[in-house]
Design a protein around this ligand. Structure first.
Ligand code: ADP
Length: 387
């Protein structure tokens, strides 16, 4: 059987019978068949449907005519060199131009066939239209980039705003205490009450701002991974909490902890926040137990207290910033402590969660990995850390 095109007659006697051609044409996939000079010998109906051509408009034409200038530059040398390679399967991307002028992205899988003399005979190719997929991917990449930029801008804004707010606040606090000292004894109880209210509001605002600053720094400063015994940042955290530990009569029980690649300063902050919550949300004398469970890819560190506990329905909410379950008159706080913990753990590539299966009180679990991702690639803005 011989298939002829307008320009190039092609001997296709090796094709069993006309049924094969029918099958080839009707297979619901974009396929084409080129001769050794890249002339289209056969195409599937789907090829024609996608490209918008009639069969007689394409058979006998070089495939390059249906490519963009850019793809032509890539395909031409490729086809020339491929012609000399035996039975090579080629996977590549091309931009095809439809009859309407629309450009589509094609993923190409082509097989180069040879005759008995080893001369290039034809290329049989399956084409996948990936235009929509690529558009979605490009939109996704663009959206991600925009999100990243917006996030960075927001981080920077939060940092600058909170950093700059500290100064006037310090002045308000010192002015309040100066005036209070000056007029000590001359004020009535009501005025003193309002003075104290102003001072404690300023102190609370300072707490909020400091925490916000800490939180925003965590998003921008680099993570200095170094294999460190977790007992080191834990002891530093306990030393910072020494006064509260003594005042509350807390008992802290520490099991053996592993050495892991961590940022010591960040993990000290993590322990400090978890333990100070255990001391704050107490019921009776606080008892806090810190232990570690080995996992195939790392460790889970557990901080368990004997306090008031967290209702399981709030297990996720408490890790969001400014989410508090109590009023500040019941328990002081800013609602950022656990959000800070989450960010620290995220930057270590791990996870933090409330163990809802432990219902007596609160048990926080932190997963640290043996090999955290981006150990070198962490974002760096050490000026922020230094401030
Ligand atoms: P803050 O303590 O400043 O309110 P956190 O982000 O540290 O902020 O905690 C968020 C909320 O989670 C707290 O308001 C509290 O209701 C709850 N919580 C956190 N830790 C504990 C704990 N150990 N025991 C009971 N409740 C806790």
């Amino acid at each position: 059987m011989t298939i002829t095109s307008t320009n190039v007659p092609v001997d296709a006697s090796d094709i069993a019978d006309i049924k094969f051609i029918e099958l080839y044409r009707q297979t619901p996939a974009m396929m084409h068949w080129l001769d050794h000079e890249a002339v289209l010998v056969e195409v599937s109906d789907q090829w024609l449907k996608v490209m918008g051509y009639m069969r007689e408009e394409v058979i006998g034409h070089k495939v390059f005519e249906f490519l963009t200038e850019e793809s032509r530059k890539i395909a031409k040398p490729h086809i020339e060199s491929t012609n000399t390679s035996k039975g090579l399967i080629l996977y590549d991307n091309r931009e095809f131009v439809k009859k309407s002028g629309e450009i589509i992205d094609i993923e190409l899988t082509a097989y180069w066939d040879q005759n008995e003399q080893g001369e290039p005979l034809r290329s049989l190719a399956v084409l996948t239209d990936v235009t929509k997929r690529n558009q979605v991917m490009r939109a996704l990449t663009r959206a991600n980039e925009e999100l990243e930029t917006t996030n960075k801008e927001l981080e920077r804004f939060a940092f600058i705003a909170s950093h700059d707010l500290q100064e006037p606040l310090r002045k308000i606090e010192s002015a309040c205490s100066y005036i209070r000292e000056k007029v000590e004894g001359k004020l009535d109880a009501d005025t003193i009450k309002y003075f104290d209210m102003a001072s404690s509001s300023a102190a609370r605002m300072r707490d909020l701002i400091e925490n916000l600053l800490r939180f925003s720094r965590l998003g921008t400063s680099s993570v200095n991974f170094k294999t460190t015994d977790l007992a080191i940042p834990l002891k530093a955290a306990l030393s910072n909490l020494q006064q509260t530990i003594e005042e509350t009569g807390a008992h802290i029980e520490i099991d053996e902890l592993p050495a892991l690649p961590i940022d010591e300063a960040f993990v000290r902050q993590l322990f400090q926040n978890l333990i100070s919550n255990g001391l704050k949300y107490k019921s009776g004398d606080p008892h806090i137990h810190i232990d570690a469970l080995q996992q195939p890819n790392g460790w889970i560190i557990r901080v368990t207290d004997n306090g008031i506990g967290v209702p399981p329905e709030h297990a996720n909410k408490i890790f969001e910033s400014f989410q508090r379950l109590h009023s500040k008159s019941e328990y002081p706080g800013t609602g950022i402590g656990l959000a800070i913990c989450k960010r620290i753990v995220d930057r270590h590539g791990g996870k933090i969660w409330l163990d809802v299966s432990y219902s007596q009180s609160s048990r926080f679990c932190v997963q640290f990995l043996n090999n955290p991702p981006n150990q070198e690639g962490a974002q760096s803005d050490d000026n922020l850390r230094a401030n």
